[in-house]
Design a protein around this ligand. Structure first.
Ligand code: FAD
Length: 514
């Protein structure tokens, strides 16, 4: 898009705000409609979260912000992050001792970054506010849309619940739907396009806890405000449960319990809550020394127990008038730390494709020939761009959705499995000693690169097949050769044994079936 158009963004979360920034940088008249009041107003409680939660930001999200054309955004964001170079696995040995084991994410030393989601969102809103071509409409809820006529209707929410809500009608050239997992834009889009839609709730709920910072004010010697390593994402893995902790700049850790609904129901049924610390001691050894039992009980009772949803849909656009991005297009379980990263990457890819189509000459020729008005020509280019966006992005959104579900198993159990560790070690060794082979772990490709998610999956599967073949020829072939040598050395005894086995098997079959 070259000429100015009216772009309305529904949802001022991190993805919608970045989309608004990309559109505003291209000179469009941008309007942002957000259901809630301004996040920067201290009285606003973030949707779904008890307080601002910490997320893992990685290369895809960073790259999308880097390319937003605002160096102060990326500088500010990076300054407010804490690098996490690996997982810290916590557990208890058979003799009862507690242990911590660090597993680096990347053999080349690259880290993912802990970031305050609210802080990132606020920074984006601050930058947008300074732009003359951006207008905010908080407390505006999308309630209807006509994507043929390019009109949308918003209910203006009043603080006073008894006051009558007013409705406003808004025209637009392009609507970007970034209104999260329960997207109203997606719902209205479904009436216009044959959308395939799949939604799944996993049998896991999540609840937030806090590890408070160390009180260093009374110490004479300098000491850390962090009670556990700040440069790790801490995991207490379990077969069906998982507890994780992500560092914050103030020295605290935002922790999340992931467990089956039945586990929550069992603990909710305990009137005094005394079973909560007991369950933590059993499943997450050491946590009760970081979060006192009374705080554990209070957080479990006060903080919501929220579900996890995974959504796949296709297409992500309708005609030239609307496109959905972020959780609205592909909400995923949070186990690859990619939900927001993938959403920010959507924005970069969407605008790359829109830019590419706005440079193509076909429509300008049609305008010159008089067969299209400039507005119709722009709409036609945009329609082609959105069609390409769906074709490119849907397979990638589906791929990261599936990877996120698979990673739940990896984070809970595989991090302790010898096969998982062997594959990780082999792949890292190949990546270091044979860089020309381009060998990388799946995690590195997802978190430290910008390759398409679908390509990451294809490459990782190919690497897996090569490794299996390598292992067969490295271990299997010598075993087969050894077996053949054994046969010739003890031929008579082996043949007698086989004859014996065959006759017993024949006897068994005769007895069973005849
Ligand atoms: P949202 O953040 O949901 O924003 C949508 C906005 O739209 C909201 O402000 C909402 O008020 C507004 N809205 C909704 N309906 C309407 C309407 N009708 N009209 C107007 N406005 C509307 N991702 C990562 O990358 N790394 C992580 O480590 C990570 N950890 C996570 C941990 C947990 C426990 C969870 C639950 C998620 C995690 N995620 C993580 C995912 C991440 O939080 C989401 O992917 C990200 O917030 C999606 O951003 P969004 O802007 O698309 O949607």
């Amino acid at each position: 898009m070259v000429d100015s158009e009216k772009v309305i963004v529904v949802g001022a979360g991190p993805v919608g705000s970045l989309a608004a920034l990309y559109a505003a940088n291209r000179g469009h008249a941008v309007e942002i409609y957000e259901l809630r009041s301004d996040l920067r107003d201290p009285s606003t409680t973030p949707l779904n979260f008890t307080r601002s939660i910490n997320l893992a930001l990685s290369e895809r999200g960073i790259n999308a912000m880097r390319q937003a054309g605002q160096s102060k955004l990326i500088d500010h964001v990076m300054a407010a992050t804490i690098p996490m170079r690996g997982r810290m696995i916590h557990g208890r040995r058979p003799n009862g001792d507690l242990y911590e084991e660090s597993q680096d994410y990347d053999v080349h030393g690259r880290s993912i970054l802990a970031i305050d989601r609210g802080g990132l969102n606020k920074r984006l809103l601050d930058i947008l506010e300074e732009m003359p071509n951006v207008k905010f409409f908080f407390n505006h809820k999308l309630v209807g849309a006509d994507f043929g006529k390019r009109k949308a209707w918003f209910e203006v929410l009043r603080k006073d619940a008894s006051a009558k809500h007013q409705e406003v009608e808004v025209d637009f050239d392009l609507m970007i739907g970034a209104d999260g997992a329960h997207s109203a834009v997606r719902y209205h889009m479904m009436k216009y396009t044959r959308m395939s839609y799949q939604q799944e709730y996993v049998d896991t709920l999540w609840c937030e806890f806090q590890i408070q910072p160390e009180d260093v004010s009374s110490r004479s010697l300098p000491s850390s405000k962090f009670r556990i390593s700040p440069n790790h994402l801490h995991i207490w893995p379990g077969r069906d449960f998982m507890f994780i902790a992500i560092p914050s700049e103030d020295g605290s850790f935002t922790c999340t319990l992931f467990a089956p609904a039945a586990f929550f129901e069992h603990l909710e049924a305990d009137p005094r809550g005394s079973q909560i610390p007991t369950a933590f001691d059993k499943h997450f050894p050491g946590v009760t020394s970081l979060i006192p039992p009374e705080e554990l009980i209070a957080s479990f009772r006060k903080n919501p127990h929220l579900p996890l949803i995974s959504i796949k849909c296709r297409p992500h656009h309708y005609s030239s008038s609307v496109v959905i991005v972020g959780d609205a297009a592909h909400a995923m379980v949070p186990f690859y730390g990619q939900g927001m990263n993938a959403g920010l990457e959507d924005v970069r890819i969407l605008f790359d494709i829109l830019d590419k189509h706005s440079r193509t000459a076909d429509s300008s020729l049609a305008v010159e020939a008089g067969s299209l008005s400039p507005a119709a020509a722009r709409a036609s280019q945009r329609g082609l761009a959105l069609t390409e966006y769906t074709a490119v992005r849907v397979p990638d959104a589906h791929a990261i959705n599936d990877l996120a579900l698979q990673n739940y198993i990896e984070m809970r159990a595989s991090v302790l499995s010898p096969t998982y560790r062997l594959r990780k070690a082999l792949e890292e060794w190949l990546s270091v000693y044979f860089p020309r082979l381009g060998w990388q772990t799946k995690y590195s490709r997802v978190s430290f690169g910008n390759e398409r998610y679908s390509e990451v999956v294809a490459k990782s599967e190919r690497q897996g097949r090569v490794l299996v073949r390598g292992l067969i020829s490295g271990i299997g072939l010598p075993l087969i050769a050894g077996g053949i040598a054994m046969y010739f050395r003890h031929r008579r005894a082996i043949e007698a044994g086989v004859r014996g086995l065959l006759s017993s098997a024949t006897l068994y079959m005769v007895e069973q079936y005849l």
